[in-house]
Every structure is written in C-alpha cells, then in structure tokens.
Design a binder for this molecule. Structure first.
Ligand code: FNR
Length: 240
C-alpha cells in the first residue's frame, strides 16, 4: 500500500499528516533573524537546495524574473553595511522620545555576523516586452520575486538556517554596489546562516515594538468591514 496515502485522511490531502505538519511548522516557526547568527559556513549542497526552492516559486507568465547574487566578500558586505547605517540614521528620525531610544536599541541587520549574504533581484525585462498575465499589473514581476524570497525563507527554516531581510537600504546605492544592470531591481537583501536559536516570536514582538494582530480582525465577509457570513469559519478563526 502507498505509505503516504495510508496516513492521509482522504484523497484531497495527498501529503501525509507528518508532511503537512512539517510545512505548517516551517511557516509558523520561520523567523526573521539578525541577532542569533553563527559564523559556520553553509555547505554548498544546502545552499543549492535553498536556491532550488526559491527557483520553484510561482511567477507571472512563468517569467522567473529572479537572479541570486551570493555575497561572501567582506568588502562588499562592509559597503552594504555603510549604506544601511546611513539609511538607519535617517529612519530613526521618524521616532521621538522613548520610541526613538527603543528604535535605536533594535538590531535590524546581521550583514557581517552572518557567513553569507544573498541579494535576490528582479529582472524587469525578462521574458520580453509582453509577459502573459503582466499586462494590467506591471508589478507582478516584483510580486513573483517576493514569492521566491518566501520559498527560500521557508526552506531555510526547515534546514535550520536563519534568514534576515534588510530593507533599510538605498536601492540605487545597493544596485550600484552590486553592479546591477539598469533593468534589474535589488528586491531583497538577505543575511543567511546557522543560528544559536530561533525565537518563538518575532523579535519585534519580543522586544515590545509591535504585536501580532488577531486574525479575526483581518478576515472580512463579502466586502471590506463586513462580518463573515460563514459562521463555522468565524467560530474557528475566533478560537485561534
Ligand atoms: C519586505 C520586508 C522587509 C524587512 C523585513 C521583512 C520583510 C517581509 N524585516 C523582518 C520583519 O521585521 C519581520 O518579518 C517581522 O518583524 C515579523 O517577524 P518574523 O519574520 O515572523 O520573525 C526586516 N527586519 C529587520 O531587522 N530589518 C529590516 O530591514 C527588515 N526589512
């Protein structure tokens, strides 16, 4: 008998319970990491698997607009860190008083502590002037690349590797530091590495910056602000 089928409850659930739980576990236990990186290198076969997961993301018109720049040079990382520091000083000006002190105490990047950085880019010209599905919403290439980032992030969690997204960066300066052609957008700058621990909550939540919103406040029925008409679903969501 097919082993996978035997512990799946019905034919609509082709993954075994264990497989499905593994996926949900990666989703719920994925963390943005910046304070817990270990210097240990990521073996090439593991990094290749993560890049393979990213490359299997959905993309508009099967455009696959991503490229992956693997950055181990300390000089390049130092240059990116300098961009971050300048932008972070500007970002801090958005907060006053205690909130400013709290903002400045947050660690928001692990560029040098992590053994490798990765820039996932979006080639806005890939696939030619017309890409199926991208006629009305031009940003769908960027959306597709975000999905590659998420695939990478989840696969990394399953492999015990932490990922931290650093977006406090001037995009033009980053593009120039990485020698990107004009039509290539530096969508995500990521720090990667094994970790001392994965926190059980987002670091921003642990440090009192912001909490997770209740799902029940975010699910609407039929139109914005309307209660769910599906009572059983409403009850389940409120139960958490
Ligand atoms: C597009 C984008 C950009 C950023 C982030 C995320 C995403 C999706 N996050 C991470 C973010 O703070 C984190 O995801 C949330 O706080 C939730 O925590 P977990 O990811 O669940 O651990 C992030 N974190 C950080 O320390 N510095 C940063 O510049 C950014 N930028």
């Amino acid at each position: 008998m097919n082993k996978n089928k035997s512990d799946a409850t019905d034919h609509n659930r082709p993954f075994s319970d264990k497989e499905a739980k593994g996926l949900y576990r990666a989703i719920h236990e994925r963390r943005d990491v910046r304070s817990q990186f270990l210097p240990d290198p990521i073996p090439p076969d593991v990094l290749a698997r993560l890049l393979g997961a990213a490359h299997h993301a959905p993309s508009v018109g099967f455009m696959q607009p991503w490229d992956f720049i693997v950055i181990d040079s300390t000089d390049v990382r130092q240059a990116v860190l300098s961009i971050f520091e300048k932008e972070n000083r500007k970002a801090a000006e958005n907060y006053q008083g205690d909130r400013n002190t709290q903002y400045k105490s947050l660690k928001l990047q692990g560029i040098l502590e992590s053994p490798v950085n990765l820039c996932i880019t979006c080639d806005r010209s890939r696939g030619g002037t017309h890409v199926l599905g991208r006629n009305s919403i031009v940003e769908t290439d960027l959306f597709s690349t975000c999905l590659a980032v998420q695939n990478f992030w989840l696969a990394a969690r399953a492999e015990g590797i932490g990922v931290g997204w650093v977006s406090i960066l001037d995009q033009d300066e980053l593009a120039s530091t990485l020698n990107l052609p004009e039509h290539v957008y530096p969508l995500a700058y990521l720090c990667l590495g094994y970790v001392s621990e994965f926190l059980d909550q987002p670091e921003l939540e642990k440090k009192g910056w912001r909490s997770r919103l209740p799902l029940s406040d975010l699910v609407h029925g039929n139109s914005w602000g309307e209660p769910l008409t599906e009572q059983a679903l409403d009850a389940q969501i409120r139960k958490g």
